[in-house]
Write a protein that binds this ligand. Structure first.
Ligand SMILES: Cc1ncc(C[n+]2csc(CCOP(=O)(O)OP(=O)(O)O)c2C)c(N)n1
Ligand SMILES: [Mg+2]
Length: 517
């Protein structure tokens, strides 16, 4: 057995049984080993941004890491944007990055680079494999690091000679998994005292706190104390919809967020960060909570957030009775008329499949989606956790691979879609049940708003041209069809509803190019 095979066997043995890959010459022994080991599902993605985004989507839904396979420093560099998003969402991930053979570095061949330096800013754990005898243990350490609560990016660099040399020890057994740190009972009592004070208070949550079972306990707390239930602006995964306890997101625009949080005297953090503005704007605060509002951290991201909510509810003596949950409220189909953010929201809500996974990279057009779909049938909502666009179509790959019996609906703004458009080919190749809806406004529309918000003015012709996606208009139907995904353009709300019905009824991938008026 060579080092590559020992590595693959170690991954599969620890339950890391999906590999999103974009290989090269330095990874050929890893690629060859995949045929000698049972149990690894291999998914080819045609650019590294799709590889890392897919691995992010997979782990969000599977609650365990996928591996990636990336080609030296340049391949890793192409994937960094979505490693950034994944890291911000506490996604567990095991990256395998091929490298030149150790002795080949001395010759400074064209693909040589400092891979550790490329990896480090977007990885929590980085290691260079140094020998075939130890690479299986390195892999077991990488998996343990990735699964360290709440989830981390682990990057293992695999030199070609480490991969091809004999590995007498074979695979390494899985490491014991770290468990989330327990919650300090004093912190529970302190949080309960805050909530009993009667002063305006909110729970601010993210991560596993936003799973339905944990939200039930948040709902008990809210019912007993009147505390508001809030989530971060961006969250890796929210279980929501009819029958679940609803949580309000802190809004993105600073002025609206300030109003939203006004009057609060206490914010209790459950895995979340204290709310700050995405960007600084002249004359506006960075911190979104009002002056004098106390921020109390009940549970850090790596702690057991569900246990924190359960313990707090019990400490408060909150009733165990079912909490008030969201009622089923489907929008009426929007009828005839142009496609607008509002009619599209109604169409999506009217036709959202049961138990769907919604991937939201809808940017400005999607501003009404989250609110409108609040009472839709139960679904999961996946957001862009790091603010770096170009992840939605890849996230949908990973979500669909993790949950083959669920429908994925990817809500994609046109500009964002273009960063990793080749991910559609993987939707087709793997016949994933994904309906991608493009918000085609032929614009980086949000940046027009940001131009004014930052005080940069309304933009002259050069500025406007940089935010405009026409000349030529993008034809997403042709793009999708060229990659094997059936597609249709829609220009009215009626057509959008009909296209959603057709797409959800048929297995396999679909794309709907929603052309906004
Ligand atoms: C990796 C990355 N590059 C650039 C940006 C800056 N950016 C933020 S929004 C945006 C345009 C979004 O356009 P689109 O996806 O069409 O959404 P719309 O604004 O039209 O709703 C850009 C370029 C970013 N956030 N991330
Ligand atoms: Mg746009």
């Amino acid at each position: 057995m060579n080092g590559a095979e020992a590595l693959v066997r170690t991954l599969v043995g620890a339950g890391v049984d999906v590999c999103f890959a974009n290989p090269g010459t330095s990874e050929t022994h890893f690629v060859a080993a995949l045929d000698r080991v049972e149990g690894m599902r291999c998914v080819l993605c045609l650019a590294e941004g799709s590889v890392t985004g897919a691995a992010d989507g997979y782990a969000r839904m599977a609650d365990k890491p996928a591996s990636t396979l990336l080609h030296l420093g340049p391949g890793l560099a192409n994937g960094l944007t979505n490693l950034h998003n994944a890291g911000r969402g506490y996604t567990p991930m095991v990256n395998i990055v091929g490298d030149h053979a150790t002795y080949h570095h001395a010759y400074d061949a064209p693909l040589t680079s400092d891979i550790e330096a490329v990896a480090r800013p977007f990885s929590h754990w980085v290691r260079m494999g140094t020998s075939a005898a130890s690479v299986a243990a390195d892999a077991a350490d990488a998996i343990a690091a990735a699964r360290n609560p709440p989830g981390q990016i682990a990057t293992l660099i695999l030199p070609a000679d480490v991969a091809w040399s004999e590995a007498p020890g074979g695979a390494a057994p899985p490491r014991a998994l770290a468990v989330p740190e327990p919650i300090d009972p004093d912190a529970i009592r302190r949080a309960a005292a805050i909530l009993r004070s009667g002063e305006p208070a909110a729970l601010l949550m993210t991560g596993r706190a936003l799973r339905a079972a944990n939200l039930d306990n948040a709902g008990r707390i809210a019912a007993a104390t009147g505390a508001r239930l809030l989530s971060q602006t961006s969250n890796a995964r929210v279980e929501r919809g009819a029958g679940r306890v609803a949580v309000d997101r802190v809004p993105y625009p600073v002025d609206i967020a300030l109003k939203f949080l006004a009057g609060l005297k206490h914010v209790i953090l459950i895995g979340a960060k204290a709310p700050v503005a995405f960007f600084a704007y002249p004359e506006k605060p960075s911190v979104l909570t009002p002056a004098g509002c106390e921020i109390f951290c009940l549970a850090r991201p790596g702690q057991d957030l569900g246990a924190a909510l359960a313990a707090l509810a019990d400490e408060l003596g909150a009733a165990r009775a079912p909490v008030p949950a969201e009622a089923l409220r489907r929008s009426a189909p929007p009828g005839d008329g142009p496609i607008t953010p509002e009619t599209l929201a109604a169409a999506l809500c009217a036709r959202l499949p049961e138990n769907a996974i919604v991937v939201d990279e809808s940017i400005s057009v999607g501003r009404a989606f989250y609110g409108t779909l609040r009472g839709a049938p139960p679904h999961d909502w996946l957001q862009l956790t790091g603010g770096a666009i170009g992840e939605g179509i890849p996230l949908a790959i990973g979500a669909a691979v993790a949950c083959p019996d669920r429908k994925v609906v990817a809500l994609e703004a046109d500009g964002s879609a273009m960063y990793t458009i080749q991910a559609l080919w993987t939707h087709a190749r793997e016949q994933l049940d994904v309906t991608t809806v493009i918000m085609n406004n032929r614009s980086y529309a949000i940046l027009n708003i940001e131009l004014a918000r930052t005080g940069a003015g309304s933009g002259g012709p050069k500025a406007k041209d940089l935010l405009d996606l026409s000349r030529p208009d993008l034809d997403f139907v042709k793009l999708a069809e060229g990659m094997g995904v059936p597609a249709v353009a829609v220009r009215t709300a009626d057509e959008a509803v009909a296209a959603l019905e057709r797409a959800h009824a048929e297995p396999g991938p679909h794309l709907i190019d929603a052309i906004l008026a």
